[in-house]
Each structure stands twice: as structure tokens, then as C-alpha cells.
Design a protein around this ligand. Structure first.
Ligand code: ADP
Ligand code: ZN
Ligand code: ZN
Length: 817
């Protein structure tokens, strides 16, 4: 009898691949272990054993595996169930899911590039001979391919060797080099060693008697050091001695003080003291009981609580409950909300039990968290993570929290699996037979509708913590302001007046503009031409800071033009404005205050967000200009005013969710104002102050927004009333896409009749030289989803079997966002 294994390979194959194994291997192997296997003519992949059996594949001759890479499974049975659901529901392959789930370092293949691990000193004595050969080769070469390694050690199966080196942290798999910036680089000072004896210090103080301020600083430092044995940050010293940092600097220059920096690591948690959770106030208590009550009948509860109502503190109580039962907790957040703010807050309560997981982590860091979760380590009882953390190997999950559940960034856009982390988390919780809590101040229509349909429990929390009033939201009619010449650049007189007052009171301001760059369109005043991206059908955005024109779709950039490319005229006009321009105008209007900007351009790198968030938190910056990044669950204590520069372009965006999104965005950004004591103020500038959505925002009327938007969704047959599957066809040849899309849509219409929309070009129809064309399939509630998908897949197969259409890429996006 022959033994076989089915192996999931990290490539989009429709089926798992079968390999031949020995009886001993069959005895040893378990589903979820990794094996390295040959594939195609010369490729080697790391695959996951799906099952062990004795059925010969018959159609092809099963090859031998190269090597077994694990002693115990690294993928759990629960994960297999989730993967199957995802592949099925999101219409992709198990290989797609596997690639998304496993950290890169787990799935080495013949293309993997290996480099030296720069962060760790390696003791060469710890390395075996073959390991040392590779290690040494990397001292001379920055990177090696698996093939090179094969040549060096003259062996075919080198993945086990690479794996050992990875485990010893001697190497890392190649990935983006992240910023070296560490935001918590704190500057400290101490007295130079030579002053550590009494006499020397006495002499020094006498010397300084003619520089009383410097003397004060030294005295203060002395008393601070006496009080606590801890290092003294420069900021503490200047504050305690009430002097400027210039004086500290002169003491450093005179070699009396010595400055030094300490890096405080974000990932490491070294403060072992934790505090008890907060005592909930009445409203929170009622909400908490409501949630517990609902959980008795329902697996999913939606907590609709206004911004700053103290939802997080309620989550903390629920987490405590789960931990006492010895269960793991998954706490999902949008990427950006995973900055120090919330991390620190949870670590204060739960100390080392919190593990963090997000996309800016390196592959090695992700492997570490993966193993901790898999081993049910005390260090990973609570996983605080972004989208992909639903894919971790949980053991005994006891609670899932999805905070900011309305966030569209929970949906993966590209590549497959195009999954929604909220919905996937609900399925994950179901697999563990446990509960999910969704939280938001502005729930998605999907979730609120589900709550209304009694599919979810619903708990409302309508007051802010400490009874702080909701911010006062004022709409400013900029059409009228323009007419009456009350605008300075893009600032109305109302906004300027409120800004001046806020700044004079020592408070901070957030300005929101949903576009980055300086100006999205440059237009020639003479002939009307505007520069376009050579590979995409969009205008290039002007970035003044770099003096560049940039494409926001493909990253193309060129130097800013001095004259029109078409007619040569030098009269070029800016149309529209982005965050850069706002930043520039503010600096001119308020030259005495510090301005910073937070958008995609300023937050690259691992600590990109944190850098800006912490300077704003520390009040080193008075005015923060930014895009929708600012709306995601950040908690700033001192912000009293929020200005929305222009609400119109998001309202007019051509998407059936544009109104819902505008409402969410505007209320969320407003929610950053006045979170502590004084009531916050929000000014929304618009050409259209009577727009229903803006009225609903200014009265904080979620329910009215919900009803009105739901009417539209009913009438026009959109989610959550109907389900959507979007089919996108892509190819460089415009005609090919057209012909293919027509064929595809026609076939779909034969099955789904009037529920097929398109084909239609999206607003930007060419990206990276690929033409896109979309077809939408709407699925009524009663129609079987499984049958619908089967029918689409059948059409898809016929489509790809037509020779002319084969080169066209087809993308299936279920529950398109
Ligand atoms: P939300 O998550 O609803 O936006 P938060 O949980 O961030 O609100 O709460 C807003 C602020 O109020 C936070 O600074 C939080 O520490 C504080 N807070 C909330 N609940 C309590 C409580 N019961 N006791 C003390 N402070 C609280
Ligand atoms: Zn011109
Ligand atoms: Zn482009």
C-alpha cells in the first residue's frame, strides 16, 4: 500500500497537490506540518500537509517530497476550517489563503531571498558547519537566493538548513527595509563623571556663581537625581528648573553635563506593574450588562457607542472575563489605531499578556507572535492586531472584539483572498463556539441592519464619558463666503476666528482634507491641458514639497513642469487642493504656531504614524493637518477644534457607499474634538450646507442617516439588502477587455437576468497600463449564495478556456467594498 499526502502550496492552484511518502513518513506526518516539495520543472515550495491518505492521484504520478520541515503542526485544525471557509466564500484558492496567513519566513521557496540578520550578534561557535558556510557567505554578499545556497553547500534540499538559520536568527528573509526611526528615542542628561565627588561639585557650583541660570539647572539636576534613581529626561529637567533647553545645551557644550539617548522598545513590554481596570460609570455599566444579557441569546453583539463614550473600558472588562476563564482574546483594530496609544493602554491593564500583530511588523516578528499564539504562551493571551491577525493559530479563543467595525480597511482589496476581517472574525469565533463584539460610533449599514434584523444583539451607549458634551458642529457655507470675499485661500473667516481663539487658549487643532499632495490637477490656463500619468487614466497630483508630479495609482513621478507640455504656456493653474497646500496656508496664516501633516506621504516606514502621533500628543505641534488617517480611533487630550476643509468631494464620490462613508468619516473626525472636559467645536466647510448627510452629521443623527441610506439601498438593490460580487477584467489591450467583458456579462445575464450590471469602466479605467472593466452581480437575499458562486465559477471556467480571453486577468471580489 502506498502512502500519500495532499499538500497546500502557496500558489493559486485549484486543488491541493498529492505527493508520495514512505510508511514511516506517513506515521510521523500530521496535517498542519510543513514539507518542502518539488513542483513543475525545477521549483521548490514549502507546502502545508492537508491530509495523509492512501489514494493514488491516478491522473499524474505523485512525486516524492524533499523534506519534512516541522516536528509538530504549525497550522491548526481550526485554521484549516477557517481557510476552507475563506477560499469558498471569497472565491479564491487555499493557496491564496495560505500565503496571506503564513509569515513569509514560514514559506520559503526557490525564489526566496535571504540576507544577514543585522539586529543580532551571532556566536559563530553555535553554528554547524553548513550553517557557518552560509553565514560566512553573507558577510561578503548582501543577499543570497536559495539556489545560491544550494550551490554553496552542494546539496539539493537546503530549506531545512535555511530554516535552522532562521531559527537561530542568523539570517532573515528579504523584505522591505523599514525606517530606522524609533519614536521613543528619549534624550537624557547626567552630570559628567568627574563631578561625582563632593569637592569637584562644590568647585563647579562656585565656578557657576556668575551664571545663575546654569547653576540652577545643575542644582535641579542634582536634586532630581537624589529623589529618583532613574535617568532624567531633558524635558523633565527644563521643566523642573524652569529654564530653556538652550541653557542645558550650553552646559553640555561646556562638558559639565553629558547627554545620552535611550531607546525604549515598543514591542518589548518592560513595565511589570499593571493597574486595575477602571470602575465603569452608570451608562457603561448598563451597556456592559446589556452586552452580557445579549450574549446569552446571541453570538454577535453590536455596541453602538458615541465617540469617547468609554467603549474601550468596556472591552477591557470583557477581556478580563475571558482571561479568567483561561481563554485567548482577539482584539481587531484598523492598522493606524494600533499605535502606542491603545497598545500602552491595554498593556497598563494586562502587561505582558498582550501580543501585537500588524503589517508593519517584519516577517521575523510575525513568526514570533505566530509561535506564541500557537503555543498558547502567556505572552499572547490577548492578540491586538490589524486585519491579518484573524489568521493566527488560536487555541482556545474565548472572545473576539472588532473595534471600529465600520472601517473599510478591514476588507482586503488586493491580492486574494479579498476577505473582510470583521466577517472572517465572526466565522472564526463561530469555529471556537464563542462570542464576537462589534464596536463603533458609526456602525456600517451592514452591521446595524443585521442588528435590526435581530441577527445581532444591539447595545447603545449615547453619552460621552464624564458627560462631556458631543462637539458642537457648525456648517460653513463657503459659496457664500467666496461671494462675500470672506475667504483667505481655503480658509473661511469663521474657521480662522475659531482657530485663533483655540490657539490663544493653548489648545490644539486638527484640520481634515481628504486628499494628499498640494493640488490634484495642474491645468494650463491657455489651452486647458493637464498632465496625465503615462500609465494610468488620471491627472498627476502636484507635490510641492518634492517639486514633483505624482500618480496616486501607480507611483509614477516626474519633476514638476515649468510650462505646458502641449502649448508651452507658463500660465499653469492649480485645481483643487490637498493636505500639503492646507499645511502651507496654515503656516502662513499662523506663523507662530507649529504645524504637522499626517498622510500617506509623511507616515511611511515602521514608525511613521507613531512619530507624528507622539509629537502631537506631546503638544510639540499645535495644528495637525491630515487625511482620513486622522479619523481612526485616536485619542488626543487637548484638541478642541476640528476643521473640515471641504466636505464636498467625498460626498460626490461615485460609489453607492459614498454617503454612508462621508457620514462616518465626518463624525469620526469630529469625535477627535473635546474628548476631556471642555466641549469641542467642529467647523465643516462646504458648498452645500443643506446636504442631508451634512445635516445628519451636524445633529449627530445616525438613525436618520441609516433610514435614508437604507431606503436607497432597497430601491437600488445594493448591500446590505442585496449581496454583491464584483468581477473585474484586466488587460493592456482596450479591445480585448471590451470584447471579453461583453462575453462575460452576456453569459452572466443568461443566468442572473436583470441582476447583472455592466460591463462598465470604473472612473479610473486604466491603471499601470491595464484597462479595467467591471461587472456587478447582485444577489437577492433568498437566492442561494453557494449556487450563485458555482454558476459564476462555471462561467469563469468557460471564459478562460476561450483562447482569446485566456490572457485577460479576472478578479472576483465578494462583498465588494
Ligand atoms: P471610546 O473607545 O468610546 O472612544 P474611550 O474608551 O477611549 O472611548 O474613553 C474615552 C476616555 O474616557 C478615555 O481617556 C478613557 O480612559 C476615559 N474613560 C472611559 N471610561 C472610564 C471610566 N469608567 N473611568 C475613568 N475613565 C474612563
Ligand atoms: Zn497649454
Ligand atoms: Zn499612474
Amino acid at each position: 500500500m502506498n502512502h500519500f499526502i495532499d499538500v497546500i502550496l502557496p500558489i493559486p492552484l485549484e486543488k491541493s497537490f498529492t505527493y508520495l511518502i514512505t510508511a514511516a513518513e506517513a506515521e510521523f506526518l500530521k496535517p498542519g506540518m510543513r514539507v518542502s516539495v518539488p513542483f513543475g520543472k525545477s521549483k521548490i515550495y514549502t507546502g502545508i500537509v492537508q491530509c495523509i491518505h492512501t489514494k493514488d492521484p491516478l491522473i499524474y504520478e505523485a512525486k516524492d517530497i524533499h523534506q519534512i520541515l516541522d516536528e509538530t503542526p504549525i497550522v491548526t485544525q481550526a485554521q484549516f476550517r477557517l481557510w476552507e471557509w475563506m477560499a469558498n466564500y471569497y472565491m479564491c484558492t487555499l493557496g491564496d489563503v495560505m500565503r496571506a496567513a503564513l509569515p513569509g519566513a514560514f514559506i520559503l521557496d526557490s525564489e526566496t531571498i535571504i540576507s544577514k540578520n543585522l539586529t543580532l550578534e551571532i556566536n559563530e561557535a553555535d553554528l554547524k558547519d553548513d550553517e557557518f558556510l552560509i553565514f560566512e557567505a553573507l558577510q561578503h554578499q548582501t543577499s543570497l537566493k536559495i539556489q545560491d545556497i544550494s550551490n554553496i553547500v552542494d546539496k539539493k534540499n537546503v530549506l531545512p538548513l535555511v530554516k535552522r538559520l532562521l531559527e537561530k536568527k542568523a539570517i532573515s528573509v528579504h523584505e522591505e527595509i523599514f525606517d530606522k526611526y524609533k519614536p521613543k528615542l528619549v534624550r537624557y542628561v547626567k552630570l559628567q563623571n568627574k563631578f561625582h565627588n563632593q569637592d569637584a561639585l562644590q568647585d563647579l557650583l562656585e565656578d557657576l556663581s556668575r551664571a545663575p541660570k546654569q547653576r540652577d539647572v545643575v542644582m535641579t539636576l542634582f536634586s532630581l537625581t537624589a529623589k529618583s534613581k532613574k535617568p532624567i529626561p531633558v524635558t523633565d529637567l527644563t521643566e523642573a528648573s524652569n529654564c530653556s533647553s538652550a541653557i542645558v545645551k550650553s552646559l553640555i557644550d561646556k562638558e559639565i553635563l553629558e547627554e545620552y539617548y535611550v531607546q525604549t522598545d515598543r514591542v518589548q513590554y518592560n513595565n511589570h506593574e499593571t493597574e486595575g481596570s477602571k470602575h465603569l460609570n452608570n451608562a457603561q455599566e448598563v451597556a456592559m450588562n446589556g452586552i452580557l444579557e445579549s450574549f446569552k441569546k446571541q453570538n454577535i453583539v453590536l455596541l453602538h457607542g458615541v465617540t469617547s463614550s468609554g467603549k474601550t473600558e468596556i472591552y477591557v472588562k470583557l477581556i478580563e472575563d475571558a482571561l479568567t476563564q483561561g481563554k485567548q482574546v482577539l482584539y481587531l483594530l484598523p492598522e493606524i489605531a494600533l499605535t502606542t496609544q491603545l497598545v500602552t493602554r491595554l498593556q497598563n491593564y494586562f502587561g505582558e499578556q498582550v501580543a501585537i500583530f500588524h503589517s508593519k511588523y517584519s516577517s521575523n516578528e510575525r513568526v514570533e507572535v505566530w509561535n506564541q499564539v500557537l503555543d498558547n504562551s502567556p505572552k499572547a493571551q490577548i492578540v491586538l492586531g490589524a486585519r491579518s491577525s484573524v489568521l493566527l493559530p488560536f487555541h482556545n479563543l474565548g472572545l473576539v472584539i472588532v473595534d471600529e467595525e465600520h472601517e473599510q480597511s478591514y476588507k482586503q482589496f488586493d491580492p486574494a483572498p479579498r476577505y473582510h476581517a470583521r466577517d472572517t472574525a465572526i466565522v472564526l469565533a463561530h469555529i471556537f463556539n464563542t462570542k464576537t463584539l462589534l464596536g463603533s460610533a458609526t456602525p456600517s449599514l451592514e452591521s446595524y441592519f443585521n442588528a435590526q434584523q435581530q441577527k445581532y444583539g444591539l447595545v447603545e451607549l449615547n453619552t460621552r464619558f464624564n458627560d462631556v458634551l458631543m462637539p458642537d458642529i457648525e456648517l460653513v457655507d463657503i459659496k457664500d463666503k467666496h461671494k462675500r470675499k470672506r475667504m483667505k485661500g481655503h480658509f473661511s473667516d469663521r474657521l480662522i476666528a475659531e482657530m485663533s481663539e483655540t490657539l490663544e487658549d493653548g489648545h490644539q487643532i486638527i484640520l481634515f482634507q481628504n486628499r494628499r499632495g498640494y493640488s490634484p490637477i495642474i491645468e494650463c490656463q491657455t489651452c486647458g491641458h493637464s498632465p496625465q500619468c503615462p500609465s494610468c487614466d488620471v491627472s498627476l497630483t502636484y507635490h510641492q514639497y518634492r517639486d514633483q508630479l505624482r500618480c496616486h495609482y501607480c507611483g509614477y513621478h516626474s519633476v514638476m513642469i515649468k510650462k505646458c507640455e502641449a502649448c508651452g504656456s507658463v500660465e499653469l493653474d492649480n485645481k483643487g487642493f490637498g493636505t500639503e497646500q492646507v499645511e502651507k496656508e496654515v503656516s502662513l496664516l499662523f506663523p507662530d504656531y507649529k504645524v504637522a501633516r499626517m498622510d500617506l506621504d509623511t507616515t511611511r516606514g515602521k514608525y511613521g504614524y507613531e512619530k507624528i502621533i507622539s509629537t502631537f500628543e506631546n503638544q510639540e505641534v499645535d495644528i495637525l493637518v491630515g487625511t482620513q488617517m486622522l479619523t481612526k480611533g485616536l485619542d488626543f487630550r487637548n484638541v478642541k477644534l476640528v476643521g473640515v476643509m471641504n466636505a464636498d468631494n467625498m460626498l460626490n464620490f461615485p460609489d453607492f457607499r459614498a454617503h454612508e462613508r462621508s457620514f462616518q468619516l465626518l463624525l469620526q473626525v469630529s469625535g477627535r474634538a473635546g474628548r476631556t472636559d471642555k466641549r469641542g467645536k467642529v467647523l465643516i466647510q462646504t458648498y452645500n450646507p443643506h446636504h442631508n448627510i451634512l445635516q445628519q452629521v451636524s445633529t449627530n443623527n445616525y438613525l436618520q442617516m441609516f433610514k435614508e441610506q437604507m431606503d436607497d439601498r432597497f430601491n437600488f438593490k445594493y448591500p446590505p439588502v442585496y449581496r454583491l460580487i464584483k468581477i473585474t477584467l484586466k488587460h493592456r489591450d482596450y479591445n480585448k477587455v471590451n470584447v471579453g467583458a461583453d462575453w462575460y456579462a452576456k453569459s452572466l445575464r443568461q443566468v442572473f437576468k436583470q441582476y447583472v450590471l455592466g460591463p462598465e469602466f470604473p472612473p479610473v479605467s486604466r491603471i499601470r497600463n491595464q484597462y479595467h472593466k467591471n461587472i456587478l452581480v447582485k444577489i437577492p437575499n433568498k437566492q442561494s449564495l453557494a449556487k450563485t458562486k458555482a454558476a459564476i465559477l462555471k462561467i469563469n471556467t468557460s471564459f478562460s478556456s476561450i483562447k482569446d480571453f485566456r490572457p485577460i486577468r479576472v478578479i472576483l471580489n465578494v462583498d465588494n467594498y
